[in-house]
Ligand binder design. Structure first.
Ligand code: NI
Length: 190
């Protein structure tokens, strides 16, 4: 079922989501919630969606990038369901990337992200997962995990003056940013 995505200003986006009880991951309730997140994200052409964005305060988020029309420059990421995820930064380096969010309609802004991270958590079968993500994709994971702590990308912006509408981004920034993405992908592999 497609759920309503709440928008910035809605208190649901500011909640700290609660951990899912591991024994409940395979329950119908959680499995149906995950199916709804996937359907809702794909319907909105999102690159990810967190449960807090549909006003469910549980630590579940999904990520998928597959030739995304909202982010044509993003490297693909296969559908990834993360439950109770944790991120560990592997470097002090940061990359500056433009982000957008289904809960912050029509805007993009520059955010610093760690380009090498480990993600740990559980998948939808309740199996533990542990993997490294790099470059642009690492930023996408950090964006989704932030939602579980009540943060949106605008909170992470170092310089509020980089905030732009999508149309103005396309006119003024996208060409330059695509070049940056190409060099980030060349350096980090994703
Ligand atoms: Ni978002």
């Amino acid at each position: 079922m497609i759920r309503k995505i709440v928008q910035i200003g809605n208190p649901a986006l500011r909640q700290i989501a609660k951990a899912v009880n591991e024994s409940e991951i395979t329950s119908d309730e959680i499995q149906n919630l995950i199916d709804d997140l996937i359907e809702t994200m794909r319907n909105a052409n999102g690159a990810g969606l967190a449960a807090t964005q549909i006003a469910v305060p549980l630590r579940i988020c999904i990520i998928e990038v597959n030739k995304n029309p909202r982010y044509p420059y993003k490297p693909d990421i296969p559908l990834t369901v993360l439950i109770n995820p944790k991120i560990t930064f592997l470097t002090d380096e940061r990359i500056s990337v433009y982000e957008g969010c289904l809960s912050v309609p029509n805007l993009r802004g520059q955010v610093d992200r760690c380009p090498e991270i480990i993600i740990e958590g559980f998948d939808r079968e309740g199996q533990s997962v542990n993997f490294v993500s790099k470059g642009i994709s690492a930023g996408t994971f950090q964006h989704e995990l932030d939602h579980l702590d009540g943060l949106v990308f605008t909170d992470r912006m170092r310089d509020a003056s980089s905030l732009t509408t999508i149309d103005e981004f396309a006119l003024n920034n996208e060409e330059e940013f695509k070049k940056q993405v190409v060099s980030i992908v060349a350096h980090y592999g994703s």
